[in-house]
Design a protein. Structure first.
Length: 181
């Protein structure tokens, strides 16, 4: 666990120029605290200890302002910067090396229990402050979601989307071609 914490703190230092030391990253960043709480809650959730998982999840929400359902799947190096208001739903999946800013929602749009209702965010994605990504859609590897965008459809890899509803404004063709090939 200590190795995980140090790896995540180093990721914070790489992504946030305001982070001055590992100590600061470990003890003062609510995103790291939320991810650590989630790790325990997710383990309990997978053991079908739902009540305990929810207790951990709700404590994390009260302490950090970040709500991550214990059923959500999170990859490594998730950086939640200024995390207040972040909500990640039960069937959401977040890849590795993802950056989220405050107010991001990975939410559902209804559906039946035991079905995929929340987004899948692939590796190396950046999600701007206030963005709402809704439904069982996929955000492709290396995509960028603009602040306050409302994303209701799949976003191709290495594409930037902005607006309400989100529209493609840029595709990094070189990255996309190397991804496809």
């Amino acid at each position: 666990m200590l190795k995980f914490i140090i790896e995540e703190a180093k990721n914070i230092m790489e992504k946030d120029p305001a982070a001055k030391s590992l100590f600061e990253a470990i003890f003062y960043y609510p995103g790291l605290k939320a991810v650590l709480y989630h790790k325990l809650g997710h383990w309990l959730y997978n053991k079908e200890r739902y009540t305990l998982a929810w207790i951990i999840s709700q404590r994390a929400r009260r302490k950090t302002g970040i709500e991550i359902h214990p059923g959500a799947k999170l990859g490594k190096k998730l950086f939640i910067d200024h995390g207040v208001g972040v909500v990640i739903g039960e069937t959401a999946e977040v890849g590795n090396n993802v950056t989220m800013y405050h107010g991001v929602t990975l939410g559902g749009i209804g559906g039946k229990s035991n079905t995929k209702r929340h987004p899948t965010v692939e590796d190396d994605v950046m999600i701007g402050a206030g963005a709402k990504i809704l439904g069982p859609i996929t955000i492709g590897r290396g995509a960028k979601i603009g602040a306050n965008a409302v994303v209701l459809e799949d976003v191709p890899p290495y594409t930037t989307v902005v607006g309400m509803p989100a529209k493609v404004v840029k595709t990094n063709k070189d990255d996309y071609l190397s991804y496809v090939i």
